[in-house]
Ligand binder design. Structure first.
Ligand code: FEO
Length: 404
């Protein structure tokens, strides 16, 4: 049974939702599934854009066969591979098996990866370069290399006839489509933004400059539709998603606000984090996110770090070091190249309170980070005599927020 939707005259969605895989890249939780998008263009030649994860290939083949039959076609002439990560390229072998005469269009690096994966492509390769054009009938495709968005072989394809941009991993999101193929069938601010930010920050967050370069390249095209490899197809929301990507890729905060990330063994550091949140809100700071690093998956902590201007790290000392989930968070933040944030440090410890110094040392290794001067240092538990220290700590954060 087919599950397809028409995108435009002669252009069809043939991708598949996956609600069985629980972790993307076996790391990031996908509580609402994910879509692996693929598109089929019917012109003088038939052109398939990317494939899907191998696990949903049976549905994918049904979808393709249905569209071909509806259009009185029997084969795919070209398969364009924009990205070789297996969530999109995993079914190349099955496409070759089903359509043995298919020619594959991609760049040299991608073909190298295909060979590494063992795909039988030797007689099928059409190697394209940056800005190369390829006519498939009425539709003229233009290929634009997008290295490191998110792998080095990534590229995007622009259809000059329709203004459709096949954007590869860019503008994707976690979450199954559930039938809603077009973004105007979503509530973009409510349903898309948080998960798109989490997807961006964790999957391509490290590659801000390549993403910025791609955005500049895209400006040369008259883009009327964006067709990513995950999530909905964009039309009227294009300025919104482009603006979000410009902010995220520049590592500028999206909102003036505070992430309080706390690591607490027995609840005492949590109490301090709660008190900071309460005082901030009491003083009119609306954008506060309070997260327990032990129970919040690090992908959500990273997403909040890309969102907010200020990050408070509140950690218990553990084995004279940084509390392990906090350390994991900081290592991830550094690996994803986050920049331009303001930090404040809360440390707790009963006999060797050393975590503040160690957390600061990791933050100092990152680019353009500011660490506020006043730390909150707690011995086991907040006590009355900590009141002044707490007030001064919160005051400096409010002042810093007001300076932005
Ligand atoms: Fe959705 Fe980089 O793959």
């Amino acid at each position: 049974m087919h599950l397809t939707r028409k995108i435009l005259k002669n252009l069809y969605y043939v991708g598949v939702d996956d609600r069985r895989t629980t972790l993307f890249e076996n790391i990031h939780p996908m509580q609402n599934g994910i879509s692996y998008n693929s598109y089929l263009l019917i012109d003088e030649k038939t052109v398939l854009f990317d494939t899907v994860d191998w696990s949903v290939c049976r549905q994918f083949i049904d979808n393709i066969c249905h569209v071909l039959k509806e259009n009185s076609r029997s084969k795919i002439d070209y398969l364009v591979i924009n990205h070789m990560e297996p969530d999109h390229a995993g079914s190349i072998g099955q496409i070759i098996q089903k359509f043995p005469h298919v020619k594959i269009i991609s760049n040299k690096k991608a073909f190298g990866f295909m060979q590494q994966c063992g795909f039988d492509i030797d007689s099928k390769q059409i190697i394209v370069e940056d800005k190369e054009e390829f006519l498939v009938g009425k539709h003229k495709l233009v290929f634009s290399m997008a290295p490191m968005v998110h792998w080095p072989e990534a590229m995007v394809t622009f259809d000059q006839e329709t203004g459709v941009l096949f954007s590869s991993d860019a503008f994707g999101v976690f979450g199954a489509l559930n039938g809603r193929v077009f973004a105007d069938e979503w509530n973009i601010e409510k349903d898309w933004l948080d998960e798109a930010r989490r997807y961006y920050a964790n999957i391509v967050g490290k590659f801000g400059l390549p993403v910025t370069n791609l955005l500049k390249k895209i400006e040369a095209f008259d883009v009327k539709m964006v067709l990513p490899l995950h999530g909905p197809v964009f039309k009227s929301d294009i300025p919104f998603i482009f603006d979000k990507y410009k902010i995220w890729a520049s590592y500028e905060p999206e909102e003036n606000g505070v992430l309080i990330a706390y690591g607490s063994m027995y609840g005492n550091t949590e109490t301090a984090a709660n008190m900071i949140a309460m005082q901030l809100v009491d003083n009119g700071v609306k954008n506060v996110s309070l997260r327990d690093v032990s129970t919040t998956h690090v992908s959500h902590l990273i997403a909040d770090s890309f969102k907010y201007s200020h990050i408070i790290l509140a950690g218990a000392t553990y084995n004279a070091g940084i509390y392990p989930p906090m350390l994991d968070f900081l290592h991830d933040m550094k690996a994803l190249a986050l920049q331009n944030r303001t930090f404040a440090i809360v440390e707790n410890g009963t006999w060797a309170t050393t975590t503040g110094k160690q957390m600061k040392a990791i933050v100092a290794e990152m680019k353009n980070m500011t660490i506020l001067e006043k730390e909150l240092s707690i011995k086991s538990n907040l006590v009355k005599s900590d009141k002044n220290q707490m007030n001064e700590f919160v005051k400096q954060i409010i002042n810093s927020l007001n300076d932005k």
